[in-house]
Write a protein that binds this ligand. Structure first.
Ligand SMILES: [Zn+2]
Length: 153
């Protein structure tokens, strides 16, 4: 999850920064991605004021992670800051991912309700999916704090 959080920090979207990390079955890192535009594409800043236009131009973190990952081994684990949208859910299923972890449930802005579409597809495909536990979140906080303090000495 730390790799997904780090990836999210690279997103150029001022409203939503999310990230995804991918691992093999033996937890070898295969790649990361954030929500962002195609490499080298620099949009007019006004694109962030138009949600529909931004959505048409920006790739979700899952897409960028899978597009750019090391494909020498199958993607087994996927960790992401948000639950996947229906399109990314299909992509994850198509790439044969076996287990998905997420930090937060995505809330649909227009309805204020959680987007739960991914659950039925993952259940159908036999893909395990769960939120990071509070204990795991605390472990991330502790590790991050201790590592940063050590690294900044
Ligand atoms: Zn998506």
């Amino acid at each position: 999850m730390l790799a997904a959080i780090d990836a999210a920090s690279r997103s150029e979207d001022p409203q939503t920064q999310t990230g995804t990390s991918l691992f093999s079955s033996d937890w070898k890192p295969l790649g990361t991605g954030c929500n962002g535009f195609d490499a080298g594409f620099v949009p007019d800043p006004s694109v962030f004021d138009d949600r529909a236009k931004k959505s048409a131009l920006i790739h979700h973190a899952e897409v960028n992670a899978i597009k750019n990952c090391n494909k020498s081994q199958p993607i087994h684990y996927l960790a992401s800051l948000l639950t996947p949208c229906p399109s990314c859910t299909a992509l994850i299923k198509g790439w044969g991912v076996k287990e998905v972890f997420y930090l937060n449930q995505y809330i649909i802005p227009a309805t204020g309700k959680p987007d739960e579409a991914f659950r039925a597809i993952f259940d159908f495909a036999g893909i395990k999916c769960r939120a990071i536990t509070e204990e795991e979140k605390e472990n991330i906080r502790t590790f991050t704090k201790n590592f940063a303090l050590h690294a900044l000495k």
